[in-house]
Design a protein around this ligand. Structure first.
Ligand code: ZN
Length: 245
């Protein structure tokens, strides 16, 4: 198959983990772009539950949001277990989660987003997609240096130089709090989307589904559950507003 020499406009690839943030990013992309595909990375995270959540969220989008379903293209899963073995983090080994000497949780896999986005760009090149969308966020996790917008601007330049393309990395959640992310999902897809993301997206670091809390499934005690629960509570305390458009 010949490589496309130029991309049709309005086509996006969403880095989609099946978590709260990337599920909102998927809805955001489907509101904006005529063609949207998703990519997930299997880097040996011991909760395959995350990979399962991806499919459940996609299936519910296809079944419950007809306008979006018409735009949602195929899903891709890329195997990156070799990378996971380098990270050696609490997500990929049995080490306890802790905060390390650099102030980062041991769940941090160094440079993870750089690697994911580079893989995503290579896939996007082959699929004729020009926008890469990720749920990176500076607001709640300032400790992750590869989530910073400055990092992603530099990576975008490197990808465009190195692949001779015109990719744009979009990060709609970059400056939102978790409460504002819930508000954005309400504005994008109403209560149906809030319900879907609450009940089916997966955030818990420990890979636990467990009981259904008001804010979703999860162990309820790990930092990811804690953040999600606090954001939900904050959003409800504010009267569940939708984000301004
Ligand atoms: Zn948890």
């Amino acid at each position: 198959m010949p490589l496309p020499s130029s991309f049709p406009p309005e086509a996006a690839l969403v880095l989609f983990s099946g978590g709260q943030d990337s599920s909102v990013c998927l809805a955001w992309a489907l509101e904006r772009y005529g063609r949207v595909e998703t990519v997930g990375f299997d880097y040996g995270q011991h909760h395959g539950v995350e990979m399962q959540a991806r499919q459940v969220v996609r299936e519910n989008v296809l079944a419950g949001f007809p306008d979006w379903a018409a735009r949602l293209g195929p899903d891709h899963e890329l195997e990156m277990r070799g990378f996971g073995t380098i990270g050696g983090s609490a997500l990929t080994t049995n080490r306890e989660m802790e905060i390390n000497e650099r102030g980062l949780p041991s769940t941090f896999v160094p440079g993870r987003n750089l690697v994911f986005l580079t893989y995503a760009a290579a896939l996007a090149d082959r699929r004729g997609l020009n926008v890469l969308i990720g749920g990176m966020c500076e607001t709640d996790f300032s400790g992750y240096p590869d989530c910073r917008r400055d990092t992603l601007d530099a990576l975008q330049s490197a990808l465009n130089l190195g692949m001779d393309r015109d990719f744009r990395i979009e990060t709609p959640l970059m400056y939102l709090t978790k409460a504002q992310t819930w508000a954005l999902s309400k504005r994008l897809g109403g209560q149906d989307l809030v319900d879907l993301i609450m009940s089916e997206s997966h955030t818990c670091y420990l890979g636990e589904r467990g009981q259904l809390h008001a804010w979703g499934h999860g162990c309820g005690t790990c930092p990811a559950c804690d953040l999600r629960a606090k954001g939900w509570a904050e959003w409800h305390a504010a009267g569940e507003p939708g984000a301004p458009s």
